[in-house]
Design a protein around this ligand. Structure first.
Ligand SMILES: Cc1ncc(COP(=O)(O)O)c(C=O)c1O
Length: 326
């Protein structure tokens, strides 16, 4: 691994725009047009809303990465790569390569409780957050690992102009928390976190496997270099799809059963999808499971009624058919 610089920040959300700012102005002397900022659908909404909010002359949000696959004619392109992805937990990789392309690796979920760690993260610009490491989202503390010195300088300049430094209280809290994590080299928190998330994923998968109406994203087991064994999926979110043709608004379908998720369009995906959070309190999760169980058992009852009706109809139909033939 190359020598890297670490920039910390009051919250990792602030780092998103700091990184876009730094990469769009990096080596920009030979380009007058704004850099295009892209992400692969489904993507975390703030990449778009934040990039658009600042209305910079240096960059512009251009949507899905796939429209930039042929980047030789495009100007500078900055790709957000979320790995594991929010909402679907996939270990995404940059799809744009070449001299005009740079990637911001959002690695806030790259911890052994949410994913197998196939290898140590070693990308040029990576973002992390305390909120997804220890759950202390309210402390608003994040950090970036950056290889390029001038990108690092631009990001720190952005942060000092926008917030005049990071709260010392938040830094002390983060330091204490990280020291506690390191006391057991992460073993205690990651073992606990992994088993909790794994159990939640298994409970949810078991219920939805009984349904034809709803399906879940497919995640397979992988070798984890941290646990040094193959382990099953344990994502932070379930990316649920409503399979019935008429269920075009999956958010509303679940809402009617008292289950509140985030609709697909919040991730620039079709509304046939909904994200359910698996990182809420145990009580919230238990209620989610209870309501989903109810919903799936109603679906199965309806299915049984329909099957019984068909079974009853069969002799009736054959009698009628016979009646017609004779
Ligand atoms: C993909 C992704 N990046 C960044 C963040 C922001 O993290 P923070 O709470 O530290 O601002 C989140 C929070 O949900 C996220 O899902």
């Amino acid at each position: 691994m190359k020598l890297q610089k670490i920039a910390w920040c009051s919250y990792s959300t602030q780092l998103l725009n700091a990184a876009v700012h730094a990469l769009s102005s990096h080596n920009s002397s030979n380009s007058s047009s704004p850099a295009s900022v892209v992400a692969t659908i489904p993507y975390y909404r703030l990449y778009k809303t934040q990039t658009e909010f600042f209305r910079s002359l240096d960059y512009r949000f251009e949507g899905d990465t796939s429209s930039f696959l042929n980047i030789s004619e495009a100007g500078k392109v900055i790709e957000f790569v979320t790995s594991p992805n929010n909402p679907d937990g996939k270990l995404n990789k940059a799809v744009l390569h070449g001299p005009n392309a740079s990637a911001i690796y959002d690695r806030v979920y790259y911890w052994p409780h949410f994913t197998a760690i196939p290898n140590p993260a070693d990308d040029d610009l990576m973002l992390f957050s305390l909120s997804k490491l220890t759950g202390h989202a309210g402390s608003r503390f994040g950090w970036a690992v950056i290889k390029n010195e001038s990108v690092y300088q631009k990001m720190t300049e952005y942060m000092s102009s926008s917030s005049m430094g990071v709260s010392r209280d938040a830094q002390l809290r983060a330091l204490k928390l990280i020291n506690v994590v390191l006391e057991t080299r992460g073993k205690q928190i990651f073992e606990f976190g992994y088993h909790t998330m794994r159990n939640r994923w298994e409970s949810l998968s078991k219920i939805l496997s009984l349904s034809n109406r709803f399906s879940l994203q497919k995640l397979g087991p992988r070798y984890c270099t941290y646990f040094q064994k193959i382990r099953g999926p344990s994502p932070a979110y379930a990316w649920v799809k409503c399979e019935r043709e008429e269920d075009t608004d999956c958010y509303e379908v679940l809402k009617a059963a008292n289950i509140t998720g985030r609709s697909g369009s919040q991730f620039s995906a079709p509304d046939r999808y909904v994200r359910l959070s698996l990182i809420r309190s145990q009580d919230d999760f238990d209620i989610l499971i209870q309501r989903l169980t109810q919903l799936v058992s109603e679906e199965r009852q309806q299915q049984n009624h329909a099957n019984n009706f068909l079974q009853l109809k069969k002799p009736l139909m054959s009698t009628l058919r016979r009646g017609l033939v004779y």
